[in-house]
Design a protein. Structure first.
Length: 193
């Protein structure tokens, strides 16, 4: 199967790369946190389109860590954007499974095999590498993932393979989401006969 990936969006947001001067991943997150070490729900809503009740539901279900004094830190925002980028093409329970597969309990960073900000950055770097190719086979995704995470150091044995598998699923799902969005735009432009 061939993936043709050319997306102008900052993954998990309503923003385009043009809106952010080409920033995605960790540089985008750092820019978002330039003036403070936490952002409020209004900022998350503005950049992602996630409404307050949806985010509260994710927190209640244990999919997102609670805010601290109504502010979300860089790791929490990265985590939220990862969920948001997948939710149009993957059931939330499956997204929660993937995130637990990588990082265990959302409230306990000690069981993480990778920081959420690094995970989000790696996802964006993989997608950028795929966009440079314009077309790649699904079988090529693993090689791109391995290249992007070449400097990753396992905190526990087997973590690298877990991360590679999860990133393959995340990236392919996001590509499916972009195709779905494109099809919905086409459908929206159709008129009755």
């Amino acid at each position: 199967m061939i993936l043709q990936y050319d997306d102008t969006a900052v993954p998990g947001t309503l923003l385009t790369k043009q809106d952010t001067d080409g920033l995605t991943g960790l540089p985008f997150l750092r820019h978002l946190f330039l003036a403070s070490d936490g952002v409020m729900m209004a900022t998350i809503r503005n950049i992602s389109g996630i409404d307050t009740s949806t985010l509260q539901n994710w927190v209640k279900r244990g999919w997102v860590a609670n805010s601290r004094q109504r502010h979300y830190d860089l790791e929490q925002v990265a985590h939220i954007l990862i969920i948001n980028m997948l939710r149009s093409c993957m059931q939330l329970d499956h997204i929660a499974f993937i995130i637990r597969y990588i990082n265990g309990d959302v409230e306990d960073p000690s069981d993480d095999i990778i920081a959420d900000s690094r995970l989000y950055d790696d996802i964006c770097r993989i997608l950028d590498a795929m966009a440079e190719r314009k077309v790649c086979a699904v079988g090529d995704v693993r090689g791109i993932v391995e290249t992007v995470i070449a400097d990753y150091r396992e905190p526990i044995a087997g973590a690298r393979e877990r991360l590679i598998r999860a990133l393959e699923v995340i990236v392919i799902t996001y590509c499916a989401a972009t195709v779905k969005t494109h099809a919905e735009r086409l459908l929206g432009g159709m008129t009755d006969i």
